[in-house]
Design a protein around this ligand. Structure first.
Ligand code: BG6
Length: 518
């Protein structure tokens, strides 16, 4: 059982007034792949920020487990630097940081060596004795995916996984990519489920930890006025854009095998799509929410191989400028095949074949080295059926658009038409809006803070379930197979710093629509 308590071992003035927040029970977290970028940029800073909020349990401890040889002190000093560089809240609270560091240790180990798991087991026992972590463990797999099955198997063989009946709990967080197609994702699920129960597996998708993404559920289901119009009768189409200004950032080896479809669409974007399209869940608990999301994903219309080229557009960035800086073409990036046909931009059109969404296209697009970083979901409504104005006026009428801005400038705007002040009837579109920054005056926590905390609390509402992952791989695998068949040797190019290839605009124009310029 989780505790309802208001103090942690880490003294914290910010904690006052938060006594109703939930606190996890004492536990230790083992990070496999602790030398990597994720640990440095995201996990350690998120844990420190949780400590600062007073949301970590008493005695909370972290063991870094990775191949590189280093001492506890060396690892601690790396952690300290990463927190100084990436923590959300600054200036750093030096006293709290020292306290946090006391709970950190490091094991230089091989994922395949049982002896190294024995050393891990001894270290965990020590933490149970000295820091009272009570046998509760979170294992975080921040390693290359090839190691997932082996680590889970070795943890289980060395008795480092408690069963669900044990009062000590074990939870495993698995990073993306979760498989590279439908079959490999299914196989990975089956393998992990040999060693742990579904309730113990937390497949992380950091988009679900973003405040605005969760707000989608509040917006849809805590207000009475949107749900009645949230369907084919009122909605013309939906556009989901996740644009990035960054490129592949030294990840050529991984990215050239993955591409934008696997890297962004299979996980983050289909999760967003499922939240926009799901039916209202009867309760806000893990299974009720997952059931509805999975139903929506399973209703995505299957894509036949010969349709793939009609419902997708791929692109690859050529050299160009983004926000004043020059960048090389994708094929010139390090660890990328100079003949690569990996897509760095993809746009696609999906349909959800159910009563609510029949005939409503969902257009998704994402790309690297686009002009700016912006993610939004735009719901475009049908135009007014009979505006009683002169033709010259009605020609300028724009459809209503509800835009949910996920990042940056988080908020929601509704575009409506309004009369321009003056003697004649002239119309212009205006925005009604809500901005997180001005309405709440607090900074949103980082996605990893929320998700790490939820895992420690045993709340999996924001983690995709096994069937959800498999359902999201189905349309993606159909597209990948279609692309494979087409066997092309070059992709449409777009200069870095533009909104993708011209073909993406033609794709929308064929449907008589335009991409929004967020
Ligand atoms: C990751 C992808 O999952 O998400 C990256 O692997 C991408 O390629 C990143 O840059 C985007 O996340 P965010 O939170 O910056 O939008």
């Amino acid at each position: 059982m989780e505790q309802q308590t208001s103090h942690s071992t880490i003294d914290n003035p910010l904690r006052e007034g938060l006594s109703l927040e939930r606190l996890p029970s004492p536990c230790a977290m083992v990070i496999f792949g602790a030398s990597g970028d994720l640990t440095r940029r995201k996990l350690m800073p998120a844990l420190y920020d949780l400590a600062l909020e007073g949301l970590l349990p008493p005695g909370f401890s972290v063991i870094g487990f990775a191949r590189s040889a280093k001492t506890n002190d060396e690892f601690r000093s790396e952690v300290r630097e990463s927190i100084r560089q990436f923590a959300r809240r600054t200036p750093i609270d030096e006293g709290l940081l020292r306290n946090f560091e006391e709970g950190i240790s490091y094991i230089s180990g091989d994922f395949s060596s049982l002896d190294d798991y024995n050393r891990l087991s001894e270290e965990l026992d020590r933490l149970d004795r000295e820091r009272n972590t009570r046998g509760n463990r979170v294992y975080y797999l921040a390693t290359p995916p090839v190691a997932y099955a082996e680590i889970a198997g070795n943890l289980s063989h060395q008795n480092l996984v408690h069963s669900l009946n044990d009062e000590r709990w074990t939870r495993l967080i698995v990073e993306k990519p979760f498989g590279h197609d439908f079959n490999s994702a299914k196989e990975l699920n089956e393998t992990l489920l040999q060693y742990l129960a579904e309730e113990q597996i937390y497949r992380i998708d950091h988009y679900l930890g973003k405040e605005t993404v969760q707000n989608m559920l509040a917006f849809r289901f805590a207000n009475g006025i949107f749900e009645p119009i949230w369907n084919r009768t009122f909605i013309d189409h939906v556009q989901i854009t996740v644009a990035e200004s960054i490129g592949i950032e030294n990840r050529g080896g991984y990215y050239d095998q993955a591409g934008a479809l696997r890297d962004m669409v299979q996980n983050h974007m289909l999760q967003l799509m499922s939240l926009v399209s799901m039916e209202p869940p009867p309760a806000f608990d893990a299974d009720s929410v997952q059931d509805e999301k999975v139903k929506a994903l399973r209703s995505i219309r299957p894509i036949k191989p010969d349709e793939v080229d009609h419902v997708t557009v791929r692109g690859q960035y050529a050299e160009g400028w983004v926000m004043g800086n020059p960048y090389p073409s994708y094929r010139d990036e390090s660890r990328v095949d100079p003949q690569s046909v990996t897509e760095t931009f993809v746009a696609l059109k999906l349909f959800i074949d159910n009563w609510r969404w029949a005939g409503v296209p969902f257009y998704l697009r994402t790309g690297k080295h686009l002009p700016r970083r912006v993610s939004e979901i735009a719901i475009q409504f049908h135009k007014a059926p009979h505006p009683p104005f002169e033709t010259s006026v009605t020609e300028s009428l724009e459809p209503n658009v509800l835009a949910i801005r996920i990042q940056p400038d988080e908020g929601i705007t509704l575009k409506t038409n309004a009369k321009v002040p003056g003697p004649s009837m002239r119309l212009r579109s205006v925005n009604m809006g809500f901005l997180y920054g001005t309405s709440f005056l607090v900074e949103s926590p980082d996605a990893y803070e929320r998700l790490l905390l939820d895992c420690m609390l045993g709340d999996s509402t924001l983690f995709p379930r096994r069937d959800g992952i498999e359902a999201s791989w189905e349309p993606i695998t159909q597209i990948l197979e279609g692309w494979e068949r087409s066997g092309i040797s070059t992709l449409p190019m777009y200069p870095a710093g533009t909104w993708g290839p011209d073909e993406a605009d033609d794709f929308m124009a064929r449907d008589g629509r335009l991409w929004r310029q967020p």
